[in-house]
Design a protein around this ligand. Structure first.
Ligand SMILES: CCCCCCCCCC/C=C\C/C=C/C(=O)SCCNC(=O)CCNC(=O)[C@H](O)C(C)(C)COP(=O)(O)OP(=O)(O)OC[C@H]1O[C@@H](n2cnc3c(N)ncnc32)[C@H](O)[C@@H]1OP(=O)(O)O
Ligand SMILES: Cc1cc2nc3c(=O)[nH]c(=O)nc-3n(C[C@H](O)[C@H](O)[C@H](O)COP(=O)(O)OP(=O)(O)OC[C@H]3O[C@@H](n4cnc5c(N)ncnc54)[C@H](O)[C@@H]3O)c2cc1C
Length: 672
């Protein structure tokens, strides 16, 4: 018998690379850096990210002494917050004069701060962190909702982390239906203050990230009352805790909501107000104002107050591409090193990566990670353009941005959650271990399906836009194919990429028309429009999903056609694109073209098998960032599984003395 410890020592003595992975890597016939650069944006960005990650990982104070899963709820919060704070401090310090950090140093010398954002922070902060909302929603809310004076006053403090904030919108009773929020902000012209009030239990703010213990400020969404009239929900900048002692201010009831399915290092919180007064100029007044005498000045559109949510929906699409890259890296490398069963009678057990059924679990996710990367790029560009136009008073792009960000957020999160679960299954029993990395990724993907607009609700928002466009032709660029004669009527079978995109449009338009028919039929039967809408919801959601697939597929096809790719990388992306399009079409099509597509799909499985390991290598995710014993670069999965298991506190002693003496022994000695 080989003793575990002996095995570890032997392996540690020499550099190890699993032979199956080595063989795949030796046969790589494309430039992996090209894909890395494509995902980062360009060569310089890759260099910057690599140095930043190395800089963070080389700091021993940012390492976990034991896996966070063994910590209590309270310890988890404290340990991850400590790392987040140390990270922020580290980004402010001058980078040491070492050649390997040259890019970082030059950046600092040019007065540019080092990024704390998602990439670097996710290398060491994996369980959700208490400062996330400050960067992702609090600061964007001040920028997007605050007047110039307000930005001048609050932004420098927020950017320096002199104040730490969150975005407090959801209440116990309402998350989706924003018009139903109950928190009140009533203007008092005598003192020129707003009075914040939580009128009922259901009005308590519930969920905001970092609210429980970390934040001392929040952007609070509340119903604005002035001159006796409710003007709807508006954003208020509210101080929650004393800036020195961190004690809650009088009238503020704040705390943490308890353990969740995932993201347990984040202190999601509750918040109530007992007649808390704040100055008038803490209503964020970029779009609407309350004058000193209480006169209300309307915004150009009431939906401008929802802009922070739109920003985060776009951010989430990018986040999902990153989650997928991690999950598919783990599952692909593991499938390469894992051997099981018998493929050909009498032959050695094959790599599980060689089973078609296994490839069918891995490669759709691999392809989708690229699709969502390109979709995120496209919707970011749209976001920036629309915001620029809004700044000039032109709101024309707002509905299209809303439609597109809802569609892409809902599709990217629902597909990612589904893929992460499939990829976990693809790793068999070991995938179920926390040390596989899947539970954390699943926690993020499923949370994303719910936060920032529950997906069903977002699908129905998309459907509303589609139906409206089909009826009055008023929609923007993303729905142009639905307008009148623009709809392609080509019925011929064309399975080129453009032909498939055409098919996606026809499928989506077909669903939209079915939903319209259903709505009309309900109307004819005497149903009120809102009842007809509710009764047609299933069909409406199908239409929205088909449209979202079309949008993402279209982005993928356009990106693959761009000139900047080399021949080998273009053909890989082309194949992955074609593969995903066929995979999605299977979900939509009944019988038409099925056998032809099936043959192509199986052929592509074999082609992608040839380079899958090298493509996930090119995602360039450091082992520490991957956080998975199954997916490490060296493929040394079994030893790492064992190493992690030995960190269990239950393995400190051969006998768990207390439970044995107290419970097991008496039980085994007792007689019936
Ligand atoms: C160290 C750094 C680490 C960084 C890592 C950290 C990572 C952290 C990532 C973030 C994590 C979590 C954060 C989570 C935050 C939250 O969840 S905040 C709360 C989010 N809440 C929601 O999203 C609520 C969803 N509900 C809604 O959006 C709306 O209520 C809904 C759209 C459903 C309906 O709104 P109503 O006001 O009732 O609308 P209605 O009157 O029916 O009118 C519809 C009308 O309005 C148009 N519309 C709606 N929304 C928008 C919009 N945003 N923009 C433009 N237009 C909009 C809609 O199309 C309709 O138009 P029509 O012309 O009348 O058809
Ligand atoms: C991890 C996490 C972090 C969060 N962070 C924050 C934060 O920082 N700040 C913040 O303000 N909020 C935050 N939230 C809250 C989040 O935004 C809400 O939970 C989300 O918007 C859903 O709202 P809800 O909980 O009211 O769900 P509900 O709306 O009650 O949904 C329950 C069910 O009802 C269905 N439903 C609701 N309305 C309709 C409809 N019109 N038509 C059909 N079906 C409908 C939904 O589809 C769902 O199936 C967070 C939530 C989570 C899970």
């Amino acid at each position: 018998m080989i003793k575990y410890k002996q095995f570890t020592d032997t392996m540690a003595a020499s550099f190890y690379e699993n032979p199956d992975l080595k063989r795949e890597r030796q046969s790589c016939n494309f430039d992996k850096d090209e894909i890395t650069n494509l995902i980062d944006g360009n060569v310089e960005k890759t260099k910057y990210r690599r140095e930043l990650v190395e800089y963070i990982l080389s700091d021993p104070s940012l390492k976990d002494p034991i896996p966070v899963e063994y910590l209590s709820h309270e310890e988890k919060y404290a340990a991850e917050l400590k790392k987040a704070c140390l990270l922020v401090q580290k980004m402010r310090e001058p980078v040491p004069k070492e050649a390997k950090f040259e890019t970082l140093r030059k950046r600092q010398e040019n007065g540019k701060p080092l990024d704390i954002g998602v990439g670097p922070s996710s290398v060491i902060l994996k369980e959700g962190n208490a400062l996330g909302l400050h960067f992702v929603m609090f600061i964007p809310a001040i920028i997007g909702q605050g007047s110039t004076e307000q930005q001048n006053k609050w932004l420098p403090r927020a950017l320096n982390l002199e104040i730490i904030g969150t975005y407090a919108q959801t209440e116990l009773g309402h998350g989706t239906f924003l018009r139903g929020l109950e928190t009140k902000a009533t203007y008092d012209p005598d003192t020129k203050e707003f009075i914040l009030e939580t009128p009922s239990l259901s009005a308590y703010k519930w969920w905001p990230g970092g609210l429980g213990k970390t934040s001392n400020y929040a952007v609070v969404m509340a119903q604005l009352y002035t001159k006796g009239k409710c003007e709807g929900i508006h954003p208020f900048l509210v101080q929650l805790r004393d800036e020195t002692t961190h004690e809650p201010l009088p009238g503020i009831f704040v705390g943490e909501i308890g353990p969740k399915l995932g993201l347990n290092s984040n202190d999601n919180g509750y918040l109530g107000f007992d007649r808390v007064r704040i100055p008038r100029d803490q209503l964020l007044m970029k779009h609407s104002q309350v004058l000193e005498d209480g006169t209300y000045v309307k915004p150009k559109s009431t939906k401008l107050g929802y802009a922070t949510m739109v920003y985060v929906r776009v951010f989430i699409v990018q986040d999902m591409a990153q989650v997928l890259r991690k999950a598919v890296t783990i599952a692909t490398r593991y499938s390469c090193v894992r051997h099981q069963s018998e493929l050909k009678p009498g032959e050695p057990e094959p790599q599980i990566l060689d089973y078609k059924a296994q490839q069918n679990k891995l490669f759709p996710a691999l392809a989708a990670s690229f699709a969502f990367h390109f979709a995120a790029e496209k919707v970011w560009n749209l976001y920036h353009l629309a915001t620029e136009n809004i700044g000039k008073g032109d709101l024309q792009m707002l509905p299209d941005l809303h439609g597109m960000s809802c569609a892409m957020k809902a599709l990217s999160t629902s597909e990612t959650a589904k893929f992460v679960e499939t990829l976990r299954q693809s790793c068999g029993g070991h995938g179920y271990m926390v040390s596989s990395g899947f539970p954390r990724l699943y926690g993020i993907a499923t949370a994303s399906e719910t936060y920032e607009g529950e997906n069903t609700v977002l699908w129905l928002q998309v459907a509303r836009y589609l139906i409206k466009t089909r009826m009055d032709g008023s929609g923007g660029q993303s729905v142009a194919y639905l307008i009148g004669s623009n709809l392609p009527d080509n019925k011929a079978v064309d399975l080129s990429l453009d032909g498939i995109i055409n098919l996606f449009q026809r499928v989506a338009a077909g669903y939209v028309d079915l939903a319209m028919k259903e709505l009309a039929e309900h109307g004819r039967q005497g149903m009120a429009p809102y009842d007809a809408w509710n009764h047609s919801a299933v069909q409406l959601i199908k239409a929205a999903q088909a449209h979202a697939r079309y949008l993402v597929a279209d982005c993928f096809v356009r990106s693959v056609k761009e000139d900047k790719l080399s021949g080998p990388v273009r053909s890989i992306l082309n194949e992955l694109c074609e593969f995903l399009l066929i995979y999605w079409l299977f979900a939509e099509l009944k019988t038409e073209h099925l056998s032809q597509l099936q043959a192509k799909y199986m052929e592509l499985l074999s082609i992608i098998r040839g380079y899958a390991v090298n493509v996930v290598d090119s995602f360039d995710i450091r082992d520490e960032a991957l956080g998975s014993v199954l997916g490490c670069w060296d493929g040394n999965a079994y030893q790492r599984l064992f190493d992690e298991a030995l960190k269990s506190p239950l393995n400190r002693n051969a006998v768990h003395r207390e439970s044995f003496e107290k419970y097991l022994k008496p039980l085994m000695k007792s007689k019936l």
